[in-house]
Design a protein around this ligand. Structure first.
Ligand SMILES: Cc1ncc(COP(=O)(O)O)c(C=O)c1O
Length: 393
């Protein structure tokens, strides 16, 4: 607690975020100190120059074509059409352009969706390990986060535990598939069982499923991705182009209402109100104009898959325990030391920066981001092996 005139909600966000803020400060310092020598596997940031086609596309839309080019924009029709058409093609679900609210990436989409559905004191179920901003966004909206861990063995959703966590105050559940940091794509059978549980519990008042699908195009081994929107009508798909384009600072994404959502017309208007009340959380005009072209651009998923395979094999050879993720940018090895923070410090001495599991609510593990370059990966492998030897020897 502080005596400064700060709202209780933001004081609570500061409390929740304190360890993370400390980690960010420490990391920034380490990156500054290590400079070009650092092998940065930390936050899923790009470690190579941006995709040339992406840069070239953005350039083409920066020159104004009319007087209103840089006027206030909400959701631009051209962007809504591009997003809806892509969702229809990829998921086989008849999403409508008017049901897409363009946002500045997934974090704004989550903030707006939570604010639109939850009242003060409502509960939002989050599956753990969660994205680090879920709880701050929920708290800032006046609601409470209720945690349900994934099944520790299978890394699948624990639908029985979710059912047990639902109360008359439950307003929504955030499901992240493919899941950061486990890399699991939830199966259709699991999503169907979840839909049955939510439908039964929605008799009193609807429970919304907020489907965080930031990685739904970063999928390996030719696997199928299934969206919860195919199973549960009260679903909002939350998307970010930041992963697909590996440009998380260029913020664009959306909220897409499932086409069979009841009261969809009311929800559309509520989302506009929610976006206005969440600090005008519409994306930059240029990114919206460019979206029909950006839709077709992507990081090389096969290259990321090859990096996954290279690192999984090399780390296992060195003696690490880790599973093979089905999707996303992340590996999640077990920490050889009980305190994963201590082990991450050992890795930092080898100039390797990774995310401690404790920061992700996954103690005993650490997270490696595959957005590193091939050169970084190769340079890091002897250091990973040395750190493990020091920890266990
Ligand atoms: C699961 C998940 N959801 C949401 C986000 C936020 O994405 P953005 O920063 O593009 O809004 C991330 C980014 O790391 C993520 O991993």
């Amino acid at each position: 607690m502080t005596d400064a005139p700060i709202s209780r909600r933001i004081q609570r966000v500061l409390e929740i975020g304190a360890p993370l803020f400390a980690l960010f400060e420490r990391t920034e310092r380490l990156v500054r100190e290590l400079g070009a020598d650092a092998c940065d596997f930390l936050a899923g940031n790009p470690q190579e120059m941006a995709i040339p086609e992406y840069v070239e596309t953005i350039h083409r839309y920066t020159d104004p074509k009319d007087a209103a080019w840089f006027a206030y924009k909400m959701s631009e029709e051209v962007a809504q059409e591009a997003a809806a058409s892509s969702l229809r093609d990829r998921l086989g679900i008849p999403f409508q352009a008017e049901d897409i609210a363009m946002t500045n990436a997934a974090i704004a989409a989550i903030a707006v969706a939570v604010r639109v559905v939850a009242d003060d004191g409502d509960e939002i179920v989050i599956v753990t390990p969660p994205h680090f901003l879920y709880e701050p966004l929920i708290v800032a909206a006046g609601a409470t986060a209720v945690r349900v861990p994934v099944d520790a063995e299978t890394l699948d959703l624990d639908v029985d535990a979710i059912a047990a966590a639902l109360t008359p105050r439950t307003r929504a559940i955030i499901v992240n598939t493919p899941h950061n940091p486990t890399g699991t794509i939830y199966r259709s059978e699991t999503l169907a069982r979840l839909a049955d549980v939510l439908t039964a519990a929605s008799k009193r008042r609807p429970i919304y499923l907020l489907s965080d699908e930031a990685y739904n195009r970063i999928v390996f081994d030719g696997r199928e991705f299934a969206s919860p929107a195919a199973f549960y009508p009260n679903t909002m798909v939350l998307y970010s182009y930041g992963k697909q384009l590996l440009a998380p600072g260029e913020r664009i994404g959306y909220i897409a209402l499932a086409p069979d959502m009841p009261d969809r017309e009311t929800m559309r208007i509520a989302l506009v109100a929610g976006q206005l009340a969440t600090g005008y959380s519409f994306p930059n005009a240029i990114l919206q104009y460019a979206l029909p072209e950006l839709e077709g651009i992507s990081v090389d998923v096969e290259l990321i898959q090859r990096r996954r395979d290279r690192m999984v094999a090399a780390l296992r050879d060195a003696g690490y325990e880790l599973h093979v993720p089905e999707a996303t940018f992340y590996l999640l090895p077990r920490s050889p030391l009980q305190d994963d923070g201590d082990f991450c410090d050992l890795l930092a001495e080898e100039r390797i920066l990774v995310m401690p599991g404790a920061m992700l609510e996954q103690p005993g593990y650490f997270r490696i981001s595959l957005t590193a370059s091939d050169d970084m990966i190769e340079r890091s492998l002897p250091g990973f092996a040395r750190a493990l030897k020091r920890a266990t020897g």
